[in-house]
Write a protein that binds this ligand. Structure first.
Ligand code: GTP
Length: 302
């Protein structure tokens, strides 16, 4: 039940990549609405049978928080009003007639619920901001390695369903240390930010560029085969070459592109394989692109 009601990772996933699954999303919403209705009915029934001597209002916070969690603060406040009205109606059924203290109690309950809704909304906002931060590289604003693996696993799942292929481009800057040595750490940071900007401008919206760490970047290329992967690798290398000439630094890029035609167990394997390709370029003298397939139906694995 927890996963149905509170799913920060799912919200995060939807925020970043909107993975397809609209049908399951619709069913979850219907299920949630049914669950909330059942909860209110159950609490109202308990409220009724326990009479005015037992105070059960705190239990109404469950459906109120569920609605706030799923639909936001305004819906949460409307739900608070509904729950207080429900509670007042039951009190009236059990013990007909209203006294001023009853109305004061109802107002206090409404105020308490609204405050809980507001506090819950704030917590949600903070949680989202923290989650966003945990996936972002502070220097370049690109997403980080963790985001890459999360998105990669989503892409592998999509790949298993659709049978499409997937490429991953792994980029390591050559001789980047010399930039820090000659232009200082700030100069190095500027080059890393420019690299991120260059990748952002160059790539398609469906691609995801991330900074793995240090002077290493990666790009997830969904539904991209060997030819597309190789071509994009060459284009990124040329694009970065021009950028570094413009920045006045003697840096180039080594690029490994792994194209998977069958999905491996985990995305870490994809990262590892493309990283190995990139190292092969480094060993062969840097500044180049190496593309290899894994699991192509017409050829053996690389
Ligand atoms: N300015 C800056 N430098 C960084 C940052 N993170 C890592 N580095 C530096 O990046 C360099 C990366 O090391 P290497 O990849 O071995 O250096 P390289 O000169 O590119 O070596 P090759 O990859 O073999 O060409 C190190 O000198 C790190 O100090 C950062 O956030 N900012």
């Amino acid at each position: 039940m927890k996963s149905l009601l509170f799913r920060p990772e799912a919200e995060l996933g939807a925020m970043h990549w909107a993975p397809d699954g609209q049908d399951s999303g619709r069913w979850q919403r219907v299920l949630r609405a049914g669950l909330i209705t059942l909860l209110i009915a159950g609490i109202a029934w308990l409220d009724f049978v326990s009479g005015p001597d037992v105070h059960l209002f705190v239990f109404y916070l469950m459906p109120i928080l569920l609605v706030t969690n799923g639909l936001g603060q305004v819906a949460g406040i409307l739900m608070s009003i509904l729950c207080v009205a429900c509670n007042v109606a039951i009190a009236w059924f059990v013990n007909p007639g209203f006294a001023v203290p009853d109305l004061v109690t109802a107002a206090a309950r409404l105020l308490m619920s609204v405050l809980v809704v507001i506090a819950w909304g704030r917590l949600q906002t903070m949680g989202r901001a923290l989650a966003e931060l945990s996936l972002t590289d502070p220097l370049t604003g690109l997403q980080n390695r963790r985001a890459c693996v999360l998105r990669g696993d989503v892409e592998l799942a999509r790949m298993r369903r659709s049978g499409e292929c997937l490429s991953l481009m792994y980029i390591d800057l050559d001789n980047f240390k010399s930039v820090n040595d000659s232009h200082g750490h700030k100069g190095g940071d500027r080059v890393l930010r420019a690299t991120a900007e260059g990748l952002r401008e160059f790539l398609r919206r469906s691609d995801l560029a991330v900074r793995i760490g240090g002077d290493e970047f990666a790009v997830i290329l969904p539904a991209t085969g060997r030819d597309g992967g190789r071509r994009l690798g060459e284009e990124v290398r040329s694009c970065l070459r021009l950028l570094y000439i413009k920045e006045g630094v003697a840096v180039t890029a080594s690029v490994g592109v792994a194209t998977f035609y069958t999905a491996p167990e985990s995305f870490e394997e994809v990262l590892h394989f493309s990283d190995q390709l990139m190292y092969q370029i480094k060993r062969n003298g840097k500044d180049g692109v190496l593309q290899r397939d894994v699991g192509h139906p017409m050829t053996a694995s690389a």
